[in-house]
Design a protein. Structure first.
Length: 513
């Protein structure tokens, strides 16, 4: 790539993600809070441990316990490295993700250059990536979005030539390992990698061996850690296959989530869950991946360049992702899994879109007798402006510009107030709450997640983990609705304080008798 263009796009990208990132005073939601909290444990020299329990998968024995047995460790490692150097603060944890987010326009322009050296197309691709719609608020927080987008795009670039050397395939295997260490579904990148080997002009067996060697080399340190802590290469993951609702993620004990229970829910419920996921995921593709109005042009550009290896390899990955998040993990997919992992094809879609616009404008120009080159410039510029407006609107809705970051930090600021109330009641022990990672970031106190179930299930958790207090919020399991409606109806819970959330709804702080 042209170095001057790379530098300009990086600086523009840095300006955009930093402007948004400065409005984010906290991680914002559970996933991002988890990465910051576990990064803090790493930076403090406490290793891969969780000072809370946010899911009962793996039957955690107590607090602390081994971390990253559901979410993967690479985002935490990035944040921890920055925190070791700059201090145990949110801004220190955030910094690596801002820098990675700033690279998004650069890698998008690099992808665009695989189609043509046309400067107008390459620049438009990079400028579109400055305003990535619904993705922008998530690029600068402690989550996997920016990292996964870069890993996926670089991997597709490496695999795009027809002849790929063994060294490049080893590197591809390392990148797949990094993608897997970023998100569990990073294993899906084996689909385009193996397809590239089988259809390319190189020896298939040696290519597959090189790919696997790279992957094994990248994963070995993590496998060793798992062997030393849980006695297996990877944690037990069968629970995730047999969820009957999204809230089963918080079921206690997790051992009740089995194939038998899944089958007993009935084929109608099983099929309905996947049909619902198909509908939601289809909407996510239109709105989040296609940026609503750009999707037709992305598809046109994809069809135009369909024989380019990077296009069909990226399409193969996304088809596998959509099928996985619809048929195998419908609840995780519809609740953000597809959105998270589709970041990997974001640079590719942004690179294809200008070519789709060019084709559409050329078709219209022939019928309306427009000046083709002038019309093309107008429509390309308009696409950037409209996408920028959509991105700003969504960022304002998700983050809140006035006062800065009010919407984004609302939940975390509520937890700050709840933590003060808990401290005021002199309750230093373990509590039960909706979002244990978020509460740890806000108050530094260990908690367990309120389980999905009724009062008896909650009491089993209280007894199993020595819980001393419970915070019941408006967003609570269906089985605790009666307790929320009648907050003094349970003899073993002493209602100590009634708080209010940002919408003035009651929040009940109980002490366990």
């Amino acid at each position: 790539m042209n170095r001057r263009r790379m530098l300009i796009l990086f600086l523009l990208g840095l300006a955009v993600v930093t402007a948004v990132g400065l409005l984010q005073r906290t991680p914002g939601y559970m996933d991002a809070a988890y990465y910051q909290a576990t990064a803090q444990m790493l930076a403090e020299g406490k290793g891969f441990t969780e000072p809370f329990i946010w899911t009962y998968f793996g039957d955690p024995a107590g607090i602390p316990h081994p971390s990253h047995l559901y979410w993967m460790p690479l985002p935490s490692l990035l944040a921890a490295g920055s925190m070791i150097v700059l201090g145990l603060t949110w801004r220190a944890a955030q910094l690596p993700f801002l820098l990675l987010g700033a690279l998004l326009p650069v890698i998008t322009a690099a992808v665009a250059e695989t189609f043509t050296s046309d400067e107008r197309m390459v620049w438009t691709s990079g400028l579109l990536a400055l305003f990535p719609g619904f993705f922008l608020p998530y690029l600068g927080t402690t989550d996997s979005f920016a990292l996964y987008a870069l890993l996926g795009s670089v991997l597709l670039l490496i695999l795009s030539p027809e002849r790929v050397s063994s060294r490049r395939l080893v590197l591809a295997g390392l990148l797949i390992a990094c993608a897997h260490l970023t998100r569990a579904d990073g294993l899906l990148f084996f689909l385009p990698a193996i397809a590239a080997i089988l259809t390319g002009k190189h020896r298939r067996i040696s290519g597959l061996v090189a790919l696997i060697l790279g992957y094994v080399a990248g994963m070995t340190p993590w496998w060793i850690r798992n062997l030393m802590t849980i006695g297996s290469l990877m944690p037990e993951t069968s629970y995730a296959f047999w969820l009957t609702t999204y809230d089963d993620l918080f079921a206690f004990p997790a051992s009740r989530i089995t194939l038998q229970a899944w089958l007993e829910s009935g084929w109608r419920a099983i099929l309905e869950a996947r049909m619902d996921a198909l509908l939601v995921n289809g909407q996510r593709v239109i709105a989040e991946v296609g940026m609503v109005f750009l999707l037709p042009f992305t598809l046109i550009g994809g069809w135009q360049w369909r024989r380019q290896r990077i296009v069909w390899l990226g399409g193969l990955y996304f088809a596998g992702l959509f099928a996985l998040m619809t048929l195998v993990f419908p609840f995780a997919g519809a609740n953000g899994g597809l959105f998270h992992s589709s970041a990997a094809v974001l640079p590719l879609t942004m690179a294809l879109t200008p070519y789709g616009i060019r084709s559409a404008v050329a078709w219209l120009s022939r019928r309306r007798h427009w000046t083709g080159d002038e019309a093309e410039r107008v429509f390309l510029a308009a696409s950037v402006v409209i996408l920028a407006a959509l991105t700003v609107w969504n960022a304002d809705r998700r983050i809140g510009f006035t006062p800065p970051g009010s919407a984004w930090s609302q939940s975390d600021e509520e937890y700050d107030r709840y933590a003060s109330a808990v401290a005021g009641e002199h309750l230093p022990g373990i509590g039960a709450i909706n979002n244990p990672p978020g509460y740890f970031v806000a108050g530094g106190q260990s908690t367990v997640v309120i389980p999905n179930g009724n009062q008896n299930v909650l009491r089993n958790v209280v007894e199993a983990y020595g819980v001393e207090w419970v915070l019941l919020e408006p967003n609570h399991p269906r089985g605790l609705h009666e307790l929320y409606q009648n907050p003094e109806s349970v003899s073993w819970l002493d209602l100590r304080v009634t708080l209010r959330d940002s919408m003035e709804r009651p929040v009940y702080l109980y002490v366990v008798e």
